[in-house]
Design a protein around this ligand. Structure first.
Ligand code: SF4
Length: 196
């Protein structure tokens, strides 16, 4: 984890670390006030209970709470965007795969803060290994979580590079470094297994 953290920092990302998801949720809820906040689809964020914490004094857009493209668009245009990562490589690259693309767009749009929240299970060796994790570990499990009609969702353990209309793997975004349109890009790392 130390090498990855060092490289994330070299790549321009702020890194904060926590022992528990509860401590990370306290940190995020305590540091975001009076903002519009977009959240990407994420089992990790759900485990943190972040929506309810942030909604106490922010305007939060999360399609897991209010389904629909209007919510996704509002989230992408919010001042702050929070999501997880499918994988983080040893070189400090952040990888996400998306079906619709709204989660990727949310991290690319002009923002005050982009925050990636990730458990230790998302850290997975050099880039090729991290890419394999995103494609063959995270994506099938997410397809299963979302009850998609895809071959991977049956057991959640492998990718079949499907042509399903419900395929959730249509675009890959890799952050090599912090982008200049975001005032801040932060990785909140938690020493627990969270999400997929
Ligand atoms: S089988 Fe299809 S939806 Fe499932 S992980 Fe592979 S490409 Fe993605």
């Amino acid at each position: 984890m130390e090498k990855t953290i060092e490289n994330l920092r070299k790549n321009g990302f702020t890194v904060t670390t926590f022992d528990t998801a509860a401590a990370a949720a306290d940190y995020l809820a305590g540091g975001i006030h009076g903002k519009t906040v977009g959240m990407g689809g994420s089992a990790t964020l759900a485990q943190l209970g972040l929506y309810d914490r942030l909604a106490a004094d922010n305007t939060v857009f999360w399609h897991a709470k209010v389904p629909g493209d209007d919510t996704r668009l509002a989230a992408d245009n919010a001042q702050v965007y929070i999501c997880s990562a499918n994988a983080i490589s040893e070189e400090g690259f952040i990888l996400n795969i998306d079906g619709m693309g709204n989660r990727l767009a949310g991290t690319l749009m002009k923002k005050e803060r982009v925050i990636f929240v990730a458990g230790r299970n998302k850290l997975d060796g050099p880039f090729p290994q991290a890419l394999m994790r995103a494609r063959s570990v995270a994506a099938p499990k997410n397809a299963q979580r979302l009850n998609k009609k895809t071959p991977c969702a049956a057991d959640g353990s492998q990718c079949f590079d499907c042509a399903s209309p419900e395929r959730i793997c249509n675009a890959l975004l890799v952050f090599w470094k912090k982008t200049s349109w975001a005032q801040s890009m932060e990785v909140v790392l938690i020493d627990e297994d969270l999400g997929f």
